[in-house]
Design a protein around this ligand. Structure first.
Ligand code: SOE
Length: 379
């Protein structure tokens, strides 16, 4: 048994995100040096058979079928919320009141009013929080942040971001239930805005500072779908697609687009930043590469494609040998590593935390309001 300090995790939810978070907990202390080690104490889900199978597969010590019981347990230090969006608030507030740390899947709330309540409860309880905006922790994205912070780009003029998918084009895709709750506004709060643009907004504000105004349009292309639970036809109330213009406080202009109707694109998250001196560009389908153009390169200037896989690149000295790629799941491991290090250092806050989650949800709300009212929204 290792002599590390234990961080006992109780997770609510065993779907895609339950697996992604758990994989990170399992990997982090094996690859990174941390004083703390996550311990998979308990997994919680409503379906006993499913949650038992999940717990057994991933190595959780016990199961619960009621999240309230999980929160009451003295042997749990941190609650991981990997349940649908409409459960985040209630679980988070109860966990905060019980003095547990919280690691919550994005978006933080169904809307910014909910997220603000969650952040207030966490602040009152003085607990440490994390929101799983995992893409910040892709090494090439972290490297982009280092280049921006080092002033390599000079004054920034433009920011461009997309998150494109195509999995809901078929009108027969039902709504509600596992994974498909994302199509049900009652469970998700919104469509691509809260699910996909939230990622783009978090990355954008991390790299380029606060957004000051937005002007958006949204569309729901398929108006009715069959509810997978009831078998009934139901009106679709989420945004299937959303595009918006934005201004940043630093004076730069932005354009964001997200949809689940971009035939051929499965999860194409991108960003490009154009500065006076240099530009950078990145996309999730080629996540280990960072494109960089530096005007100071004289007659050798051109777009470089940096393979972010060497020891001096963020996080990469902890994995394999130079040139060997890592993937999507590692971003979650890096995220929880940052959390554990900040715990170890006794830092009051980790980022992205609940207050960062609120900032993103405020922009999402403004985007949806702008689309509804066909007007610019000041933040
Ligand atoms: C939706 O398809 C989804 O799984 C999001 O919920 C995730 O946050 C995103 O990273 C990938 O796409």
């Amino acid at each position: 048994m290792s002599s590390k300090k234990k961080l006992n995790i109780g997770i609510v939810g065993y779907g895609f995100m339950g697996r992604a978070h758990t994989n990170a907990y399992r990997q982090v202390s094996r690859f990174f040096d941390c004083e703390y080690e996550p311990v998979l104490k308990a997994a919680c889900g409503r379906n006993e058979e499913r949650v038992k199978a999940f717990a057994e597969n991933w190595g959780y010590e016990s199961v619960e079928t009621d999240w309230r019981k999980l929160i009451e347990r003295d042997d749990i230090d941190a609650i991981d919320i990997a349940a649908p969006n409409n459960m985040h608030k209630e679980i988070a507030i109860a966990a905060a009141e019980a003095g547990k740390m919280i690691l919550c899947e994005k978006p933080l709330g169904m809307n910014s009013a909910e997220s603000k309540e969650m952040a207030a409860a966490a602040e009152k309880a003085g607990i440490k929080t994390l929101v799983w905006y995992n893409y910040r922790f892709v090494p090439a994205v972290t490297m982009a942040k280092q280049l921006v912070d080092a002033g390599k780009l000079g004054k920034i003029y433009h920011y461009r971001a997309n998150f494109l998918q195509d999995w809901t084009i078929n009108e027969d895709v039902p709504l509600g239930g596992e994974a498909l709750w994302r199509l049900d506004a009652e469970a998700s709060g919104s469509g691509v805005t809260g699910d996909l643009l939230a990622h783009c907004i978090d990355t954008a504000m991390w790299l380029n500072g606060p957004i000051s105004s937005v002007s958006a349009m949204t569309e729901t292309f398929v108006k009715e779908r069959t509810n997978s639970q009831t078998g009934e036809k139901q009106e679709v109330k989420i945004d299937d697609a959303c595009a918006f213009l934005a201004r940043f406080e630093n004076g730069s202009l932005a354009i964001f687009e997200s949809t689940r109707y971009a035939r051929g694109h499965k999860a194409l998250k991108t960003f490009e930043i154009n500065g006076k001196d240099a530009s950078i560009s990145w996309d999730l389908h080629d996540l280990h590469r960072l494109a960089y153009f530096d005007n100071a390169d004289g007659d050798l200037r051109g777009w470089r494609s940096i393979h972010v896989s060497e020891g001096e690149h963020p996080y990469m000295d902890k994995w394999w040998v130079p040139g060997l790629n890592i993937g999507y799941e590692h971003s979650f491991t890096h995220c929880v590593y940052g959390f554990l290090k900040s715990l170890e250092a006794g830092e009051p806050e980790f980022h992205p935390n609940f207050s960062d989650g609120v900032k993103t949800d405020v922009i999402c709300d403004a985007v949806l309001k702008s689309a509804r009212t066909k007007s610019w929204q000041e933040i």
